[in-house]
Design a protein around this ligand. Structure first.
Ligand code: LLP
Length: 413
């Protein structure tokens, strides 16, 4: 059996010496992704859901180096755009699911073209308009209907999906939409997603969603799968316990009840979050108060990564563990701030940590999920580089962007 590893990998578990070497070799800001940890996370999911379809929500980290190991681990791919579909097919995934949310015409064109060329694609449609637009393109392949289950959960209001009318057809209308779709498509499944970052406390919402989907599956009958979404949370705070995945799996099965269809789940974060760290270097230290940067006065530590590198703290007030890899000095309140001209460009505010000095190397934990993927070039700031580790070896996976890359698409008159 594949190595499932420990339930959680904390920032403290990474070797400081190794990370310092990588920063010296590849410069900062730098994403480091450990493929062995991706394998362990995938294996733990497979072990907890032995007879379910597990699709990796590739949006969490779409790098080729990650897609390859996820595919080798036996997971499928859940994609949110034509770009993700193309990247998943290029990485060799055989069965790919495309969850179309208000899909732009260009996305449908690419996906239907790939399907016509023989790719094993399942399209998840969340609106009658999407069905019509698929019909117009001559698509009559595998289809699932996305349902708005009426219940949601997640680490932040901005990532709570279930209950939002943007996603899926209303639960009360779902059976009717399935019946309508059956006339023109090979309807193989129903789908719902509660939200992202579900913790043990959110389990009742998850259970309710699954129970509703079980009920719908029994009502419409003749399905291959019931996809209850992803969203399995990981601990971002050092003292937060990991999700009890086998317990979640049991609760899922129990809530689903007897259905004549396969259970499917589609986690993203769980697969990659703790397989990645972000390395960033301190370039500025200044006291918040003019009393001087001595003693326990709070300081601002300016670093070379910012909200353009890792958006989660600015966008969701997300907590990420931060560790000083250079030295273990006495603690003081530290605000870690990026180089972007936005007040929100902070990784933490007044957090107690070893007093930083210029040149210190910091590691930001759980950067593997929704890290590089949400990076931007705002402020004309090139995106960072990424290295991947495998066994004892490390290699560059994505080059550091340059200023020339940032301006490459500009058209001159
Ligand atoms: N399935 C669907 C239909 C989804 O929309 C998502 C995430 C997933 C699966 C995977 O959810 P996960 O297992 O990764 O929680 N950028 C945010 C998260 C947005 C998630 C969007 N949808 C963050 O950094 O927290």
């Amino acid at each position: 059996a594949a190595d499932t590893g420990p339930a959680v990998r904390r920032l403290a578990d990474w070797s400081a010496a190794d990370l310092r070497d990588l920063a010296a070799e590849y410069d900062t800001p730098l994403y480091v992704t450990d493929r062995d940890r991706v394998r362990e996370n995938a294996a733990r999911l497979r072990a907890a859901f032995p007879d379910a379809d597990v699709h990796y929500a590739v949006k969490a980290h779409t790098g080729r180096a990650v897609l390859e190991v996820v595919r080798e681990a036996g997971l499928g791919a859940e994609c949110a755009s034509a770009g993700e579909v193309v990247r998943a097919l290029d990485a060799g995934f055989e069965a790919v699911q495309y969850t179309a949310v208000n899909p732009p015409a260009a996305d449908l064109d690419v996906v239907v073209d790939r399907w016509r060329a023989g790719a094993d694609l399942t399209v998840v449609a969340g609106a009658r308009d999407t069905l019509d637009r698929l019909r117009e393109r001559g698509f009559d392949g595998r289809l699932a209907v996305r349902v708005n289950p009426g219940v949601g959960a997640g680490h932040h209001e901005k990532v709570t999906t279930g209950g939002h009318a943007k996603f899926g057809v209303p639960y009360d209308r779902a059976a009717e939409v399935v019946a309508d779709a059956r006339a023109d498509f090979d309807v193989v499944g129903i789908h719902a997603h509660a939200g992202s970052g579900i913790s043990g406390e959110d389990l009742s919402a998850h259970r309710e969603l699954v129970a509703r989907m079980g009920e719908l599956a029994r009502e419409v009958g003749d399905l291959e799968f019931v996809d209850v979404g992803g969203g399995f949370g990981v601990p971002y705070r050092e003292d937060e316990p990991p999700l009890d995945l086998p317990a979640v799996a049991d609760a899922t099965r129990e809530a689903l009840g007897a259905v004549d269809a396969q259970l499917a789940v589609e986690p993203g974060r769980y697969v990659v979050a703790d397989a990645g760290v972000l390395l960033t270097r301190v370039n500025t230290v200044k006291p918040v108060d003019d009393a001087g940067a001595t003693g326990a006065v709070p300081v601002v530590a300016g670093v070379d990564a910012g909200m353009t590198t890792l958006l989660r703290p600015a966008m969701y007030d997300a907590y990420h563990a931060i560790r000083n890899l250079t030295d273990d000095r006495p603690e003081r309140p530290v605000t870690v701030a990026g180089p972007v001209c936005e007040t929100a460009d902070l990784f933490c505010e007044g957090r107690s940590m070893p007093s930083p000095r210029r040149g210190d190397l910091l590691a930001v934990g759980n950067a593997g999920a929704y890290g590089y993927e949400m990076a931007s070039t705002y402020n004309s700031r090139p995106r960072p580089a990424e290295v991947v580790r495998d066994g004892d070896g490390t290699r560059l996976a994505r080059e550091r962007e340059t200023i020339a890359d940032v301006t490459a698409l500009e058209v001159e008159r």
